[in-house]
Ligand binder design. Sequence first.
Ligand SMILES: [Zn+2]
Length: 159
Amino acid sequence: MKKFWPIPKVKKSIPLPKHKRGFARNHKDNRFHAGLDILAPYSSDIHSIEDGIVKNIFLFTYPKLDKHYKYENTYALAIQHKDGNYALYCEIQKPKLKIASKVKAGQKIAKVGRIFANKPKHTMLHFEYHSILPRKTTKWYAGKKPKGLLNPTKYLKSI
Ligand SMILES: [Zn+2]
């Protein structure tokens, strides 16, 4: 089945695991990066990679999330695809879609949000990939990988 690059406005570029924007890179406190980042200007349109169904929408970052950073409110949108896995589009503006909406590959689903008020150009799609429906922000502390979290690198490379 044909897949779509989620942000046509920016060139296809996939950070490799452990690299600055890649999956599983290490932060402070043994925090690991649960997804990978595709840098894009604020409000860039985000498109669904495949056909699917919206299964969850939740606050992804918010001021009380973390003691190191003061985050703005951004959202996460989980879409289940035909193979049963969930693409999680994160750090986005509040989506207009509702849970149980059907989406087509290439359909506009969201816009890039902003996680820091004092870094207006630090904007991106943080993309995660899961085998179990995510219900809240994926915190990955002390090297303990959350159940169902998948490496999104290969998935994005298949586009
Ligand atoms: Zn990220």
